[in-house]
Design a protein around this ligand. Structure first.
Ligand code: UPG
Ligand code: MN
Length: 734
């Protein structure tokens, strides 16, 4: 392999031309549907008089117009799919002795929802990367400012002396100890049995110590005496009100900081940035910006990896692969960040809450990448420090990869800590560009997406890379409520971007490609999908009950576009899903999940966005919990829907389900009594639609009527939903 060969390659997906032809036929179908609606609304007056439902028809037109336009937007990312291939052997030949320093940021925010053992497993997995340890620096940002998390990190720093050499010696994968021991309850062939038993025991002991401290709530005095850092937690410190805390637990420059085999350890730093009441802290974006500054004082690596506390490294080689995208002589200097997909290790077989995002990860993200606009998704992302800190891309930009040049070797640990505290105060950002043009952008619940967009608009070209096996694995929300809360935050944050000055069509105009602008809008417009979906779930069913036809009759040729668009779209979606690794059942679950998200999370997100636009409330960030009680966990594993409370979201779901049940039976009964063949022919499509909705809702009926476990829907929800659905059925339709 000679010098100068590219360090990575980009390939375009095949078969896109065929797809373009196919999607054009769907487009024709959609236009015909629009035409049919318009024609009927405008020119059907006499007939109208007797059947009624004019407004219902107008609503159908509006709904189908929206769905059609939204479908067009989703096409952009299917026309330009690219795949990336790094060559890490070439990197090895050219750069092995010149590898740069890497700074790794892990964010945590709450010791109960994000247990310290989970956090340190992530920390240990990234400390153990197959990379020169003295060039790695790992930073934990603790927005919970919890001495329990701090204690766990001290324990992890000690355990790492055993864990890192063990991983490197036996090429262990994955390098999260918990996951590693869970996955192989018997040591594999390549691992020495004695050493395996010894290290497992050390791990279990450590875990027990951490958990026993957690159950005792307060840290025992004898533990506190082990480290000076505990003195920071005096009686006045609370989560939302405390001084900045920076503790360098391992100083990678120190020649005494070595593991059991005598090799240098990575730097390890604990950070709790200052927080004060009445001071906005900007959630994760604020934490990340503090991390950027603190790390620039301590290690100042040119590349920053950022992971959420649950996203452990699943492949020890990842850093070298990523460096190919940054260090390629030809194109590397354009790369701002390399984003990996968010994958999870706690998915069930048929993915009941549709957390796998297989099509998004394998097609849509690659499609946006094809327009040089890979999305930044907040975790599993390697950034170039310069581009993240607001630098504009210029052709002559050249990174200084030299490790020694960048790092301050002379300052003592306490000098570094003091300097870091200054940049981690609340007031440090006052009057600066942090949160606007520097670092992560403030004021949006999806700080990641908006930040990625601004970086692209500064001329950089990010990369999306989806290797096998996954580079990172995390914890997906495993109750319905958690999943919906997450989607509410996401869809709200994204819709807010659409309305802000960052709307890709304006902000990105002339800076990113039009396809990319459309690609962004697939996600930015999640929230407004809620109304048309509600409409389609309610009105055709009610009209069925009232005998008002909304679709062409079966013998009319106008049935064809409806049937074609529906069948072609769903058949394609199924094929696409299966090709990305969905099962038929998980695909079916996905259709249900979309319905549920759109009718609940997106509805609330839409309304809250409007309220925020009016200036009536502030951005918040509701953290998704990563723990579950045993009963709920068991139900999750058995793929039984978890409700268990009477939240308003569940009431909406139950009401929609009951309504469709009533209208289906009511509508069919009425038809049967009527005995008019012509009527039936006119309402067939509505019956089919209504029946499909009922089928999708089966788990909700089970939770309402047939279950007795804790995760069922409470009877108060049943009563309320029956009441609301009946009222809706009594409503006249115009
Ligand atoms: O005030 C806060 C709130 C959250 N976090 C951290 O942010 C991360 C993501 O929070 P989580 O509750 O797990 O939300 P998810 O929906 O799983 O996060 C996804 O979506 C977020 C944007 O909504 C991105 O920030 C995340 O990176 C992305 O994984 C976690 O590590 C938290 O500890 C903070 O550091 N400070
Ligand atoms: Mn998460």
């Amino acid at each position: 392999m000679g010098r100068g060969e590219a360090l990575f390659e980009t390939k375009r997906a095949k078969g896109r031309e065929v797809y373009k032809v196919f999607s054009s036929t769907i487009f024709v179908g959609i236009c015909l549907i629009w035409f049919y609606r318009l024609k009927n609304i405008l020119g059907r007056e006499e007939e109208e008089e007797e059947i009624g439902g004019r407004w219902a028809w107008i609503g159908m037109f509006g709904t189908e117009l929206w769905f059609g336009l939204y479908w067009i937007i989703t096409q952009s990312v299917r026309w330009s799919t690219v795949y990336r291939y790094p060559f890490k052997d070439r990197l090895f030949l050219r750069f092995e002795d010149k590898l740069p320093g890497i700074d790794i940021f892990v964010c945590t925010a709450d010791p109960t929802m994000e247990p310290p053992t989970l956090v340190i497993n992530t920390i240990l997995s990234v400390m153990a990367y197959n990379y020169p340890s003295e060039k790695l620096s790992v930073y934990l940002s603790d927005d919970g400012c919890s001495d329990l998390t701090f204690y766990a990190l001290i324990e992890a720093s000690r355990f790492s002396k055993h864990w890192i050499p063990f991983c490197k010696k036996f090429k262990v994968e994955p390098r999260s100890p918990q996951v590693f021991f869970d996955q192989c309850s018997n040591p594999e062939d390549n691992v020495d049995l004695q050493e395996w038993v010894a290290i497992k025991e050390l791990y279990e002991d450590m875990k027990m110590r951490i958990e026993s401290v957690i159950t005792r709530v307060a840290i025992p005095e004898e533990v506190k005496s082990q480290h000076k850092g505990f003195s920071e937690w005096n009686s006045e410190v609370t989560k939302g009100n405390h001084q900045p805390i920076v503790q360098i637990l391992i100083d990678g420059r120190d020649s005494n900081a070595v593991d059991n085999d005598g090799f240098r350890l990575p730097t390890l730093v604990y950070l709790a940035r200052e927080k004060r009441p009445h001071r906005l802290h900007h959630f994760k974006a604020g934490a990340m910006n503090a991390l950027i500054r603190v790390s620039s004082e301590i290690s100042n690596g040119p590349i920053i990896l950022n992971v959420d506390c649950d996203m452990y490294s699943n492949n020890a080689e990842t850093i070298r692969e990523v460096l190919c995208f940054f260090m390629d002589e030809e194109r590397g200097h354009q790369t701002s960040y390399v984003q990996f997909p968010q994958n999870y290790n706690n998915l069930t077989k048929h993915d009941i809450y549709s957390n796998s995002y297989r099509v998004v990860n394998k097609i849509e993200q690659c499609g946006i990448d094809g327009y040089d606009a890979a999305l930044y998704c907040g975790t599993g992302c390697f950034h170039r420090r310069e581009s993240l800190c607001g630098r504009k891309y210029t052709e002559d930009f050249k990174e200084d990869w030299n490790f020694e040049n960048r790092r301050n070797m002379n300052r003592t640990v306490s000098e570094l800590e003091e300097a870091s505290k200054i940049v981690a105060t609340c007031s440090y950002e006052d009057g600066t560009k942090w949160g606007k043009e520097m670092g992560l952008v403030y004021g949006c619940a999806v700080e990641d997406i908006i930040t990625g967009l601004t970086i692209q608009c500064r001329g950089w070209k990010p990369i999306y890379y989806n290797p096998e096996p996954s580079a990172f694995l995390g914890v997906a929300p495993n109750t319905l409520e958690q999943a919906l809360i997450q989607h509410k935050r996401w869809s709200e944050g994204m819709f807010q971007i659409f309305f802000s000055k960052y709307c890709p069509f304006f902000y990105g105009h002339g800076k990113i490609k039009f396809g990319a602008q459309m690609g962004y809008c697939i996600y930015l417009l999640w929230a407004p999908n809620s109304f048309p979906t509600h409409y389609y779930l309610i009105i055709p069913s009610l009209c069925l009950l009232h005998g008002i036809p909304l679709f062409p009759k079966l013998s009319s040729p106008w049935v064809l576009p409806f049937a074609y668009v529906f069948l072609a779209k769903y058949a394609y979606s199924l094929v696409e899903g299966l090709s990305c690794g969905e099962t038929i059942k998980s695909w079916w679950n996905l259709q249900r999940t979309w319905m549920i998200r759109r009718t609940t999370s997106y509805l609330f997100a839409f309304m809250d966005t409007i309220i925020k636009q009016l200036g009536l409330s502030q951005t918040t960030f509701v953290i998704t919990s990563k723990v579950l009680d045993d009963g709920a966990l068991k139900r999750y594993e058995q793929e039984i829907f978890e409700f268990g409370s009477s939240s308003s979201m569940f009431t909406i779901l139950a009401t929609l389900a009951m309504l469709n049940l009533f209208t289906l039976f009511g509508g069919i009964m009425k038809l049967a009594l009527d005995m008019q063949g012509g009527r039936l022919e006119q309402l067939v499509l509505q019956i089919i639609l209504n029946a499909l909705i009922v089928m999708v809702n089966i788990p909700i009926y089970q939770a309402l009527f047939f279950r007795s476990d804790k995760g069922k829907l409470p009877s108060s929800v049943l009563l309320l939903s029956v009441f609301l659905a009946s009222m809706a059925c009594l409503m006249p339709i115009y």
